[in-house]
Design a protein around this ligand. Structure first.
Ligand code: CAA
Length: 380
């Protein structure tokens, strides 16, 4: 596999790098502290085409490939993972799901506005008692002929309050198990739809995460995505691509922390020389650099598999697993290299360490990725 980037991909990467430096870096510590949603920044990312990167231009998207998308995710995440998760959920879970499986009417009505960033979307699968065990959906979508009646609670939903459109996974026919699950498009102002309290989180604190409550919400049948009973497969297929986006986020967090640690180690002196000259630090940097490069290869490979039309369930899961574990290890080491300074907010690495943790949890924990990987390699 040749990862040499085209002129266009290099330009997109540079645009994302510039945006992150100029627009995300200012105020990133304050937004994290205050748990403030980056509204203005998201709006600017819409103008730059980052909110619907892979969506066809006919629907207002940028018409780019997955590799360009991961390049952008990596650059944004080096600086501000709260902003990049908003981008990732909108692109990989909401826009991709709608463009791939939605009807023409659904695309015209919703995708065109989501792809430009005019509105943003949320993907609602997790529940208080259905996180990793995603088939155990308790939220119900009762079939009433021309509409469904939705009841239940969703948990830990990214863009929970800031979204206008929600893709909600719910059980219609319990007897049929996962084959009785549907995916419905829910609008924020539908009667009976309530936004629950905002979570007070360890990391990605600038993104808004909420529980959602559905009390007899009437959802028209034309808002169902795919055939009756397609909801679980819709969620699995959508998440398979989402994992590439989160893998790129983890890669960016790791690379951002490494860049800061490298710089610091060449400036900070101890025992009469820059700390990079001490083997204890130099070997840490060597390990960090090697793991990041390995993670990058896996992430780019998964993106290329998707672009080439190959199966990316396995490569996406491997990329997500390895990049997330790398992000956690590298950010912990970056804090260590910074010593006491690493423990205070001004140096950014403590935030990157806190942000890294969620990449081992959302869009499938590291343990779930190992299930996907082991099932894939053992099935033949
Ligand atoms: N593509 C298509 N279909 C798939 C699939 C895939 N990648 N993976 C599974 N399926 C299908 C299976 O073929 C099966 O269908 P059939 O019976 O018709 O063949 C069906 O789905 C059920 O599959 P399993 O029997 O393998 O189901 P399982 O109960 O063993 O669970 C699992 C599989 C992989 C563990 C799944 O439950 C899973 O991915 N869990 C993690 C959920 C997750 O990632 N949650 C993240 C929440 S979203 C989020 O974090 C977003 C955010 O806001 C950031």
């Amino acid at each position: 596999m040749n990862f040499s980037l085209s002129e266009e991909q290099l330009m997109i990467q540079q645009a994302a790098r510039d945006f992150a430096q100029n627009e995300l870096l200012p105020g990133v510590i304050e937004r994290d502290d205050a748990q403030e949603f980056p509204k203005e920044q998201v709006s600017k990312m819409g103008e730059l085409g980052f909110m619907g990167m892979m969506v066809n231009e006919n629907y207002g998207g940028s018409g780019l490939d997955t590799l360009s998308y991961v390049l952008v995710m990596e650059e944004l995440s080096k600086i501000d993972a709260s902003s990049s998760v908003i981008v990732s959920v909108n692109n990989s879970l909401v826009c991709w799901g709608l463009e791939t499986y939605g009807t023409e009417e659904q695309k015209e009505k919703y995708l065109t506005r989501l792809a430009t960033g005019e509105i943003i979307g949320a993907f609602c699968l997790s529940e208080p008692e259905a996180g990793s065990d995603a088939t155990s959906q308790k939220t119900t979508a009762k079939d009433m002929g021309d509409h469904y009646v939705l009841n239940g609670t969703k948990n830990w939903i990214t863009n929970g309050n800031s979204a206008a459109v929600y893709l909600v996974i719910a059980q219609t026919d319990v007897e049929k198990g996962h084959r009785g699950i549907n995916a419905l498009i829910v609008e924020k102002d539908m009667e009976g739809f309530e936004i629950g309290p905002k979570e007070n989180k360890l990391g990605i604190r600038g993104s808004d995460t909420h529980s959602l409550i559905f009390n007899d919400v009437k959802v028209p049948k034309e808002n169902r995505i795919g055939e009756d009973g397609f909801g679980f497969k819709f969620a699995m297929k959508t998440l398979a691509g989402g994992r590439i986006g989160i893998a790129a986020q983890a890669l960016g967090i790791a690379a951002g922390a490494y860049e800061l640690a490298l710089k610091y180690s060449k400036e900070r002196k101890a025992f009469g020389t820059e700390i990079a000259n001490h083997q204890a630090i130099a070997f840490k940097l060597a390990d960090m650099h090697t793991k990041i490069q390995a993670a990058r290869n896996l992430v780019y490979q998964a993106a290329c598999d998707k672009d080439d039309g190959d199966n990316y369930d396995l490569s996406g899961a491997m990329a997500k697993l390895y990049a997330a574990e790398t992000a956690m290890e590298v950010t912990v080491e970056a804090v260590q290299i910074h010593g006491g300074n690493g423990f205070v907010k001004d140096y950014h690495v403590e935030r990157l360490m806190r942000d890294a943790k969620i990449t081992q949890i959302y869009e499938g924990t590291s343990e779930i990725q190992k299930i996907v990987i082991s099932r894939s390699i053992l099935k033949d």
